[in-house]
Design a protein around this ligand. Sequence first.
Ligand SMILES: NC(=O)c1ccc[n+]([C@@H]2O[C@H](COP(=O)([O-])OP(=O)(O)OC[C@H]3O[C@@H](n4cnc5c(N)ncnc54)[C@H](O)[C@@H]3O)[C@@H](O)[C@H]2O)c1
Length: 455
Amino acid sequence: MRRSTLERPPAVPPPLLLAALRPGMLRLAAAEADGVILNWLAAADVPTAVAELGRRPDGFEVVARIFVCPTADVGHARALGRRLITTYLTVPAYAAFHRWLGRAETLDPVWRAWAAGDRRGAAAAVPDEVVDALVLHGPPEDCRDQVRRYADAGVDVPVLALLPTPELAAGGPAALADLIARLGPAGERGAGVNLTDRVVVITGGAGGIGAALAYRFAAEGAAAVVVADLDVAGARAVAEAVGPVAHAAELDVTAEDQVRALVADTERRYGRLDLFCANAGIATAAGLDAAPADWDRAWRVNVLAHVYSTRAVLPGMLARGQGYLLHTCSAAGVLTAVGDAPYTATKHAAVGLAEWLAVTYRDQGIRVSALCPQGVDTPMLAEGLAAGHLGARVIAASGAVLHPDRVADAVIAGLAEERFLILPHPEVANHARRRAEDPDGWQAGLRKLVRRLRS
Ligand SMILES: NC(=O)c1ccc[n+]([C@@H]2O[C@H](COP(=O)([O-])OP(=O)(O)OC[C@H]3O[C@@H](n4cnc5c(N)ncnc54)[C@H](O)[C@@H]3O)[C@@H](O)[C@H]2O)c1
């Protein structure tokens, strides 16, 4: 690495993972890198490779590429596996790796046939046990259990190299989506996100995204869902519709004493508070000349309220060593809300605060997600569109306007993965990347859209 220079070195050096097979490289990885990438080894081989790493620095990652052919068609899996093994394990570095792992005798006939130019004979000489150990196959759940053996043996990050199967060829994209879910860790798929028995508070729960979260959390098995809102009649209607696990609370999120009282009441009733969703938010549809009271209110509802609720819940969560904060920010917090200066500024602040919390408290068991949707079909956006506000029209022209239930889907998936940035509109990630890489180009694109909508 000494003689290699990057034209544009990243500000924060990325982790360096070294692909390593045999002892020298494995030891080099442990001494110099942030992790090691293993390849073409069986779960039973992992301890041999890991032992060579010796003492590793904290945070060092062992990554393994694992070939998976999730099919009930054993013949298909073994034929494909044989072909792959014959082409890979005859490459000198991989042959030496498997000699070191103790397969010299088993694979010798393969190497000899290959050297003599007999590719068919080489493939035929790979014993079934070797194919089965190196190319996992069977129903997806069996493959998942076999992958777990790698994890149990010391692999931190299993990277699945998914091979084609007859089932995938017949089932198309839907079969692929189903397969990926079934290969995931057991009990953490879809409904498996652990909201079971959780005690949840949602602010701004009387409608829109907050109400959709309340319904969804209850459906996922939450023990208690507190629907809090300034609009207490709306909150009551939602809590009633959600069912007996829910109850309504009148709350102004900008009044710190009210927030503290609600948190204390929840902890008293249920013994804990697992997930606090700071979701209440307001838009102003105003530019720089927004009235001072509007600037102030946007700041208090969209930002300070997140400070108040976090201050109220943290002592209990830290004492238990765990807790989850879901802060509804907005795509406006990572991009720009055309036509609404206070909303843009305060949502950027909300994302900044959430990020600060994640960095500061994650190691004490506090998980933080910032929910950043673009257009969602709620009263907030509907009112903007009905009034013909430019900002609402830009949102509607920028991509799909999602039903709040789709936002709840994204939240469930994001919480399951403990992902910081939850983006119900995946395109927001691309916009944000573009904005970071080329701010001028990105702004020019947005101005063009605005000119088009104005004309
Ligand atoms: N709708 C969208 O397109 C969109 C997009 C991105 C982000 N968001 C964000 O999602 C969140 C929810 O918005 P929504 O779209 O469901 O809008 P909404 O207007 O339907 O819901 C907001 C809720 O917050 C409540 N609220 C407002 N001020 C409050 C206060 N001081 N105390 C307690 N409750 C208060 C309102 O009564 C309302 O029930 C907001 O933070 C919003 O900024 C919305």
